[in-house]
Write a protein that binds this ligand. Structure first.
Ligand SMILES: Nc1nc2c(c(=O)[nH]1)N(C=O)[C@@H](CNc1ccc(C(=O)N[C@@H](CCC(=O)O)C(=O)O)cc1)CN2
Ligand SMILES: Nc1ncnc2c1ncn2[C@@H]1O[C@H](COP(=O)(O)OP(=O)(O)OP(=O)(O)O)[C@@H](O)[C@H]1O
Length: 199
């Protein structure tokens, strides 16, 4: 089977970027999570109420626990839950509540309270890489693209915000037809806002 230039580019970049992400020293991770939190809270569309989704950082991803702790009191933090239809659901989760490990070894809430993507006001998506145009490179499962395909022709909410370390920025990514553009990318060093099609 032949593969497209976009697929080749992503296959080459993923292992390099994941390695780079894992190599960051602990002090940079701690400071990074603090700085990211401030940037996420300062977004012009940061919700003051409703549900937001983060992720359980793994494989060197930039952590969201500082942001979770500093969210306005009327905002409910949720974590992604894999669903058999190929689209993520989101479950409210607070520190100490039960978790189970999903098929990728990532913890997810052990609850029947699952919300659809449309119920989220804002979603922070994990990034393996990102470019200057708000194009996202993920783990390759297509989970975020399938889950938020409706945002290709619908305005926010949910606002889609990629989170990563500045060293995860790459050359322009070749777009795939299913890619869902991000409304913003936040790193420890920068906030970039993008004018998405429908927003
Ligand atoms: N923290 C976090 N949670 C997340 C994601 C993520 O990227 N980060 N996801 C973002 O989509 C979803 C899960 N998607 C994932 C897709 C692939 C792999 C992964 O590790 N793949 C292995 C090999 C595949 C396998 O084990 O079957 C690998 O590439 O090494 C992990 C998560 C939902 N939750
Ligand atoms: N809207 C969609 N409908 C059907 N299949 C899709 C859709 N979006 C993505 N896919 C499938 O998912 C696969 C992986 O996509 P891609 O490489 O863009 O994932 P990713 O964004 O890196 O992963 P993730 O979102 O899990 O972090 C693609 O090969 C494609 O077949």
């Amino acid at each position: 089977m032949t593969s497209s230039p976009a697929t080749d580019q992503r296959r080459t970049l993923r292992p390099q970027l994941r390695e780079r992400r894992r190599q960051l020293p602990a002090a940079a991770r701690i400071a990074g999570a603090e700085a990211l939190s401030a940037r996420l809270l300062a977004l012009p569309f940061a919700p003051q109420a409703g549900h937001v989704a983060g992720y359980w950082a793994s494989d060197g991803e930039i952590a969201l626990h500082v942001w979770q702790l500093r969210l306005p009191p009327a905002v409910t933090y949720c974590l992604p839950v894999l669903h058999e239809d190929g689209r993520l659901r989101f479950a409210p989760w607070r520190a100490g509540e039960p978790l189970v490990t999903n098929r990728y070894g990532i913890p997810e809430p052990d609850t029947a309270e699952l919300l659809p993507a449309e119920a989220m006001a804002l979603v922070v998506t994990p990034l393996v890489g990102f470019d200057d145009h708000g194009q996202r490179l993920g783990m390759g499962g297509g989970w975020y693209d399938r889950t938020f395909a409706f945002r290709r022709d619908t305005a926010a909410p949910p606002w889609l915000v990629g989170a990563g370390f500045a060293l995860q920025q790459v050359e322009p990514l070749i777009a795939e037809p299913w890619d869902v553009p991000l409304d913003a990318v936040c790193t420890e060093a920068d906030t970039r806002l993008f004018a998405t099609n429908a927003a």
